[in-house]
Design a protein. Structure first.
Length: 255
């Protein structure tokens, strides 16, 4: 990264306020067990580890009233060499779609993330390379960029936010869950600076916009500087449905 890292200016953000109704688990889906070498690791720990690997120790989980087990597992963060804060999101959405409630969840942490560089990742996903956020943060220049999208190839564009970029890696538009597209890359995690935090907060709380893809495209139109970094050999696994979990289990590579 271009500027000197001052730890208190950086924060990880993990939205975990969804109800996970599609899986119907007796525990939060963020605690879905991944067993590697006989050791239990909940799926949410993968994104937390990615944030910690980038050198960011303060992490905020956005939760709802059902996530006491998640708090019980991660606690204060001390045993992970982290400082974990919890933000309660009131009146969470019904979980039918990840996008409509996502912006509201992220903006719920405004009091913690304002004036910080934010490293955002989803708690029910696994990314390769495992240091994608560190690579992204090393390339992110908050004096010249407002947002950096980390992009991964996908076979399922209809499930993700697909991203169009130009030759200089500038983001042109985000196409959310297209039925058909020639775009190859989806965003998997995002790094942003204070200007986008203010834009996000204004969009959600003043303009009533709850769709995150819409907010990203509005930010592009408002001339915020949004760049990208591609991981052409990368991998992005989403644990949103049993079909996705089964597919992951069939591929035994666990980072």
């Amino acid at each position: 990264m271009v500027v000197t890292m001052v730890e208190k200016r950086f924060i990880g953000l993990i939205p975990a306020a969804g109800k996970g109704q599609r899986l119907g688990l007796p525990y939060p889906k963020e605690l879905y067990p991944i067993i590697s070498d006989g050791v239990y690791k909940p799926v949410a720990q993968f994104v937390m580890d990615a944030i910690l690997a980038a050198g960011v120790k303060h992490i905020a989980f956005v939760i709802n009233e059902t996530k006491h087990q998640l708090i019980g597992f991660f606690g204060s963060g001390k045993r992970f060499n982290a400082e974990i804060s919890y933000v309660y999101q009131e009146n969470p959405t019904d979980g039918v779609s990840t996008s409509p409630g996502l912006a509201t969840a992220l903006s719920s942490a405004y009091h913690l993330i304002k004036d910080h560089v934010v490293l955002f990742g989803m708690p029910d996903t696994i990314m390769e390379p495992t240091d994608a956020l560190k690579i992204g943060l090393d390339r992110f220049d908050p004096t010249a960029e407002d947002v950096l999208l980390c992009l991964f190839p996908t076979k399922y564009p209809e499930k993700f936010g697909m991203v169009e970029t130009d030759a200089s890696n500038r983001v042109i538009q985000v196409v959310d869950k297209p039925a058909e597209t020639e775009l190859k890359y989806m965003w998997g995690c995002i790094i942003w600076g204070p200007k986008f935090t203010e834009f996000l907060n204004e969009s959600v709380n003043l303009k009533g916009i709850s769709d995150f893809a819409t907010i990203l495209n509005r930010a592009i139109n408002a001339k915020l500087k949004i760049k990208s970094v591609e991981f052409p050999d990368g991998r992005f696994e989403d644990f949103g449905t049993y079909e996705q979990i089964i597919e992951f289990r069939q591929d035994t590579r666990i980072p």
